[in-house]
Write a protein that binds this ligand. Structure first.
Ligand code: IPE
Ligand code: IPE
Ligand code: MG
Length: 244
């Protein structure tokens, strides 16, 4: 932690929390056991980000494609979600953390939607870390919706096609209120994006680690941030231009 330059923190970190299932299987346990232990990592990393002063943390918890998993796993994950939210809201409030959700929440069972809505309401005045949960989220789902909404506004004469620019598109995304992630971490040794924030990650620094999500702790987060701070972000320019 001492090796982190607090002046150059990524203001938005996004994490693909992967490897729960394999972690559990390696221990001879059911996949749900891995998800259950993954919650401990979520707690630890949320706390770590809040302590450091990171402004936005987006966690990929459940993708649109994850609905196709075995029914028993999906149900278990929904129950874990509701249970965790219920338990964690007081902690979020104590730490001034504001919860946000991105994704197709209409796909969630009613009891989960309700629990989620209460958590959003109860944390909405907090001003510290913005914790964005990507639930039933996928980037292609998000982009299709954005295009639909833009088309509708053009049809209704609220928007002219020639006015559409990058800011317009950004404003139709579910992440319109957040800056783009500067650092994207994926655990468990997979090197792919899996339909996560495809547009928003355009210039994010990507960090991959073999550590499975249930083993990921603050120390691992600090390592990722240090790695980020040692990189030169050029945004298409030359190294000389960036240094000047
Ligand atoms: C990530 O862990 C959690 C979710 C996708 C819900 P996985 O469940 O994908 O674990 P692995 O990748 O099968 O090990
Ligand atoms: C991505 O992990 C989704 C989440 C972590 C929530 P997956 O485990 O679903 O991704 P793939 O299938 O390995 O690409
Ligand atoms: Mg996985």
């Amino acid at each position: 932690m001492h090796n982190i330059d607090k002046e150059r923190l990524p203001q938005h970190i996004a994490i693909i929390m992967d490897g729960n299932g394999r972690w559990a299987k390696e221990k001879g346990q059911d996949r749900l056991y891995g998800h259950f232990h993954g919650v401990e990592s979520v707690r630890n990393i949320v706390e770590g980000c809040a302590e450091l002063g990171v402004k936005y943390l987006t966690l990929y918890a459940f993708s649109t494609e994850n609905w196709d998993r075995p029914q028993q796993e999906v149900t278990g994950l929904m129950e874990l979600l509701v249970d965790t939210i219920r338990k964690e809201v007081p902690v979020l409030n104590k730490n001034n953390i504001k919860l946000h959700v991105i994704g197709d929440v209409n796909m969630l069972p009613a009891y989960a939607r309700q629990e989620l809505q209460e958590a959003l309401d109860e944390t909405k005045t907090n001003t510290g870390l913005n914790l964005v949960m990507a639930l039933s989220y996928s980037s292609r789902w998000e982009l299709v919706n954005a295009v639909k909404a833009i088309a509708q506004d053009v049809k209704d004469d609220k928007l002219q096609p020639q006015e559409i620019n990058q800011d317009t598109l950004q404003s139709y995304l579910t992440t319109s209120a957040f800056p783009d992630p500067e650092l994207m971490i994926r655990t468990s040794g997979e090197y792919r994006i899996s339909n996560f924030l495809l547009y928003q990650l355009a210039y994010a620094e990507l960090y991959f680690t073999n550590t499975r999500w249930p083993d990921f702790r603050k120390e691992n987060l600090y390592e990722a941030i240090q790695d980020f701070q040692n990189r030169e972000r050029r945004f298409g320019k030359t190294s000389e231009q960036v240094k000047a």
